[in-house]
Design a protein around this ligand. Sequence first.
Ligand code: PA5
Length: 439
Amino acid sequence: MLKIDISAIEKSKIDAIIPEIKSAHEKLTKKTGAGNDFLGWVDLPVNYDKAEFARVKAAAAAIQKQSQVLLVIGIGGSYLGSRAVIEALKGSFYNLKKKNTPDVLFVGNNLSASYVEDIISLIDGRDFSINVISKSGTTTEPAVAFRVFKQLIEERYGKEEAKKRIFATTDKARGALKKLCDQEGYETFVIPDDVGGRYSVYTPVGLLPIAVAGIDIDAMLAGAGEMREICSLPDIKNPAWQYVAARNILYREGKTTEVLATYDPDYVFLAEWFKQLYGESEGKENKGIFPAAISLTADLHSMGQYMQEGKRCLMETVLLIGEPTGAVTVPNDPDNADGLNFLSGKSFFEIEKQACRGTYLAHTDGGVPNLLLTMEKKDERCLGGLLYFFEFACGLSGYTLGVNPFDQPGVEAYKKNMFALLGKPGFEEEGKKLEARLK
Ligand code: PA5
């Protein structure tokens, strides 16, 4: 299903780090490490609530029937997984394509007024449903967006009909959203206590929007289950061990930024999901590999210069997924004005393949070690497996680095300041101090 090539790293170095990975693996699988109350995701592909899963499918079918658009309101781990999967499997033009499933629009992941206005105009005259997602139920961005769209859906359909069009995914007992769901009687899905936001793609957080887009969530879970078996192997043959060994060896040698390179715009949000997963899991205690991403070949014309000759703090993980699906070829031009007739009849894929091979050699020669991840196919099973691979490797890597990969204390700092500056009751004094600093 997944092949990994870490030949950029000397075997002796891999051998030397194995004991650390072994110990991290034990912490993860025996649930003895920091944050071990957030390890529910490890067994999620096999150990999930089957009744809830059936409800997810039924809700997806109801949304498909009643709506032309699903608005997914959430931020961070409460939206990136589903967006990554939908765009990877259905294409980044999914919403513009002719299809028999609803558009899926994501909102509540920023505070841009014009973005919200655009979404409002996109649902004008179109039937829509809402899936509001927040584990804590208190996150500002989705909460304020939900106020806007709750009002809009109630105005459009009336309060009773609106209730049938609002689906909430949140904690089973806590938070303002859960309270509102109980009050209003929305259909509610649960994010298990022991699964953190960025590890929640296999819960209803990811599965409901993904199913609405017509993606086979059984196959995704089956793929994740297969990868769970592969990742459970306590041996360097395990691809997660190899990946974690390579990236931690390189990190210790000064390669402090990992650039995930993908070769299709459909994978831009997969890379965003990866960045969130690794950034929030590892970036703490003044440590951590900085996760970055490039989308190729586009970024060879923007970040390519830096990749080739900038500060040598980079490692690159090239992610290749399956065989190409498009059959477009380059037409012949009798004038050969651009001198490119040597490409006539070649498929874009052939050209891309050589761009990829050439880039690999160029970056490696330029001092950027390349790791290579190859997924067999672009389908539900393989993507399900890939996401699990990245999650497992992330937990393993966090423990190898010596941090708790399952908390995110750092994200509170901006929230505290924002609330103080917005005059939240109880934050008045802090607000005055911050205003004085910002004068
Ligand atoms: O991974 C995480 O825990 C975070 O990125 C959260 O998903 C994000 O902050 C959104 O939180 P919530 O679902 O509580 O609104």
